[in-house]
Design a protein around this ligand. Structure first.
Ligand SMILES: NC(=O)c1ccc[n+]([C@@H]2O[C@H](COP(=O)([O-])OP(=O)(O)OC[C@H]3O[C@@H](n4cnc5c(N)ncnc54)[C@H](OP(=O)(O)O)[C@@H]3O)[C@@H](O)[C@H]2O)c1
Length: 507
């Protein structure tokens, strides 16, 4: 990794390049696709692998979920009536699925693609913390393997980039380094994590369920429940807090295991923390989906959440989506063409686009910005009534929140249960529904709680090295800014992120 990097070098790199991107229908993927197309219209082709039954449905998905979104408005304005033609020439939707060997592509397509591919960026993932274990393993682990196998067939490949998560490191309280996960490494000392064993376990549990449960809806529901519980149980067994980060960690581990040889392709792993709305380029505030921290904004906006699990003094590590994409583009260019350890390059470089080390922001800033926003922009109900800005109550530990839930909800629920028994089931439905909601809240606390109290700080030495190469002389160079130190968090939350959540998530 050498030389200075500026906008011209990044833009120039993508000229004539052929790129395969997975996960383009998701939040981060779209930002990447839009940016490459906007800054380098002479990119050769961008292939977008999307889950679809056939080519026409893949095309329809890409149009509806990617290029027709507001994120592409700058590009649409630039090309006017020629927009659709431009997209048609540059973007090739592929019906496929990373969980399949060969990515679910027909052999001629697979081989032809392999001949022309320059860069592969794997963004696809299942990001549900409480996903079924079999599904998470298939997408977040085996999906990485299948893409890497494809990458091995690409004679001219210059870069394999994989997007992971900063939280693969688990609930550490120390400085979390940009270092690879070693084969077999678990977070609990003395344990060995074997991916093949996990795949076998899933298969055994499923087989056992097939022999013990009858077919039909009940069997499917039982399998779904068992798989979800198994994921969480295995994650915690090895020291991770949920199925998502656990399987993302295994995805990275597998990538390390698959590599070998001096002439191996360059691999870059990008581990962002919590990705928030676009800060400046192309559409400030644009976002898709709800981050955990956004439930605070949405609950406050609707005033349907009286309490929240957070310590306002704690740092939440967030990073705007456009900064993550800018870091990805710079990293592709910086490492392109490097060959394995023998060429003097690092075998696999890890980047953590995060903010906790360089420009930490606390929950208090988010809360303060939210209150300021809603006081200055009061919300009105359909009947004209102004929604009040009541203060929210924060629980600073999980045990305190559990106690509150028991006293406020569980005890009254038990009393309802007793009354129901005495009154021959008069309140059965009410009890059932309330109990289900109670259990759901407690499950959310169990799965998401550890994130709210995450105490680690992410090191970004590699990021800083990449940043130090960046020349920021012109407004064009600024379009590739990925320095979290340049973010004024109050301003960002107040002017950009909160309005973005209200516009694109609450709608
Ligand atoms: N969002 C964050 O705060 C955050 C933070 C750290 C790291 N990350 C990482 O960043 C990446 C993108 O996250 P995101 O928020 O953009 O996720 P997202 O919005 O949930 O998008 C996930 C994408 O993956 C695709 N996908 C899932 N399974 C697939 C399969 N079997 N084959 C092909 N494509 C598949 C989805 O396609 P469908 O539309 O077909 O479902 C979707 O396009 C992920 O790798 C995630 O782990 C995200």
């Amino acid at each position: 990794m050498t030389d200075n990097m500026d906008a011209a070098r990044i833009i120039g790199y993508f000229k004539g390049k052929t790129i395969l991107i997975t996960g383009s229908t998701g939040f981060l993927g779209k930002i990447l696709v839009e940016k490459i197309l906007r800054v380098q219209p002479d990119v050769s082709r961008i292939y977008l692998l999307v889950r679809a039954t056939d080519a026409p449905s893949a095309k329809q998905r890409v149009q509806q979920e990617v290029t027709d979104t507001e994120l592409f408005s700058l590009l649409r304005d630039k090309y006017g009536e020629g927009f659709d033609l431009f997209i048609q020439e540059k973007v090739v939707p592929l019906a496929g699925d990373i969980t399949n060997e060969g990515l679910g592509l027909e052999p001629p397509t697979f081989d032809d693609l392999a001949k022309e591919m320059d860069v592969i960026v794997n963004i696809a993932a299942t990001t549900n913390f409480y996903q079924r274990y079999d599904v998470s393993l298939n997408v977040n682990v085996m999906g990485v393997k299948h893409l890497y196998q494809f990458a091995k067939q690409c004679a001219n490949l210059k870069m394999f980039m994989h997007v992971s998560s900063a939280y693969v490191s688990g609930d550490s309280t120390e400085l979390i380094l940009e270092k690879p996960i070693k084969p077999g490494e678990a977070l609990r000392e003395g344990m060995r994590l074997d991916i093949d064993d996990e795949l076998r376990l899933v298969s055994d549990v499923k087989n056992e369920l097939t022999t013990t449960t009858t077919n039909g809806d009940d069997a499917r529901a039982a399998e779904r429940k068992a798989m979800k519980e198994l994921g969480l149980q295995r994650a915690r067994h090895f020291g991770w807090s949920n199925t998502y980060v656990f399987t993302k960690a295994m995805g990275e581990m597998l990538l390390g295991q698959l590599r070998g040889g001096d002439d191996d392709m360059p691999v870059v792993i990008v581990r962002p923390s919590i990705i928030t709305s676009v800060r400046s380029d192309p559409v400030p505030g644009w976002m898709q989906g709800t981050r955990t921290i956004d439930t605070l904004i949405i609950g406050y906006a609707k005033q349907n959440l009286s309490c929240f699990l957070a310590d306002l003094r704690m740092v939440m590590d967030v990073i705007p989506g456009d900064m993550v994409v800018n870091a990805m583009l710079a990293a592709v260019v910086a490492h392109s063409g490097e060959r394995g350890a023998g060429a003097g390059a690092q075998a696999m470089t890890i980047y953590q686009p995060t903010s906790s080390l360089r420009n930490p922001v606390t929950y208090a800033v988010l809360y303060r910005s939210g209150r300021r926003h809603f006081e200055e922009h009061p919300r009105v109900k359909d009947n004209g009534e102004v929604i009040p800005n009541n203060k929210m109550r924060f629980f600073t530990t999980i045990p305190r929140f559990r106690l509150y839930m028991i006293l406020s909800y569980k005890l009254p629920l038990e009393m309802l249960h007793m009354s129901n028994l005495l009154l021959c089931g008069l309140f059965s439905q009410l009890y059932k529904d309330s109990n289900r909601k109670y259990k759901h809240v407690m499950l959310l606390v169990d799965v998401y709680g550890p994130f709210a109290f995450f105490k680690g700080c992410f090191d970004d030495t590699n990021m800083e090295r990449l940043r130090s190469m960046m020349v920021m002389n012109t407004p064009e160079d600024e379009m590739f800014n990925f320095d979290p130190k340049t973010i004024d968090w109050d301003d960002y939350f107040y002017k950009i992120h909160i309005p973005g959540v209200l516009k694109y998530v609450c709608k």
